[in-house]
Design a protein around this ligand. Sequence first.
Ligand code: NAD
Ligand code: ZN
Ligand code: ZN
Length: 344
Amino acid sequence: MKAVQYRTPGSAPEVVTVPDPEPGPGQVLLKVAAAGVCHSDIAVMSMPAEQLGFPLPLTLGHEGAGSVAALGAGVEGIAEGEMVAVYGPWGCGRCRPCTQGQENYCLRAKELGIYPPGLGAPGAMAEYMIVDDARHLVPLRGLDPVQNVSLTDAGLTPYHAIMLSLPKLVPGSTTVVIGAGGLGHVAIQLLRAMTATRIIALDLSEERLALARTVGAHETVLSDAKAADRVKELTSGAGAQVILDFVGAPPTTATAAAAAGIDADITVVGLGGGTVAVGFGSLPYQTTVTSPYWGSRTELVDVLELAHHGALDVHVETFGIDEAPLAYERLHAGKINGRAVIVP
Ligand code: NAD
Ligand code: ZN
Ligand code: ZN
């Protein structure tokens, strides 16, 4: 089968032919219908080899959806042909966070050599993929896999981040969304569906700000050195209650800190290497800074439920599997509006 692999440190992903996988005991084979292209893959492919923590080649794709093609020995409760989305942050299934569905915070994954598909284990950017356990599959119940595959990360990660701050997102509150890309443009829709907060979106281009408005942002601001001042103006000097930073680079974490109001939550989701200093006087009183990772199994079920209600419309640009390297090039160049999805 064809697969999109990151093979050599520092080089671009390649489309190669690899043996068709077969499901072992307890595993499920999926015929992939769609695989999302996440900016985290670019972060991974920019790391020095020794920081990777897993061997190459790696079949990419940590957002996956498809139909059940075959069941390994002993798998029950799921039928061949069923359309499913893949919960990606695989854990051991037995430690305390895992038993709460928070496999994204598994205590033993590293020690047991368990990696998410596309981030250590062979991923979804191929004609077929192996899912290690049926508990990592959520039925799509009629949702289109291409339209909704990115909810497994670009939906789940912002959902989890928003849930952390839900009590603060009361009517009259303000949320700043920094980066209206793959994650950010879904975050805006989630905020609209789940809360009555006022949303101010920040990005670098008018095209991205237009997307932010289309999906529900109340205000948009160009992300420059004056952006935090503009947020202060728009909030009559008070600052925002919640700042979701989907870039996480030094200029945006600086904006996040400067845009925060008293008792704010600053949530750094992006992997851009920026930091927020905490210490008395460095931030408004009682401001919380956190950097969450992905989300829980339960939260993925909830995100798909919102999609069933018609609340989420991922803006998708599709590419064939042979065009996957081009999709990464375009994402790297900031040319994807919404989410790129590979349809193998
Ligand atoms: P993306 O490229 O689709 O979107 C990023 C957006 O940020 C783009 O619209 C871009 O124009 C904008 N941007 C870039 N620099 C900016 C700046 N200085 N100010 C304002 N906007 C700016 O990327 P994505 O796939 O949505 O991922 C976003 C980030 O989240 C990445 O760093 C990714 O690695 C990270 N991520 C983290 C998690 C997690 O669990 N913490 C999960 C998924 C992705
Ligand atoms: Zn991702
Ligand atoms: Zn665990």
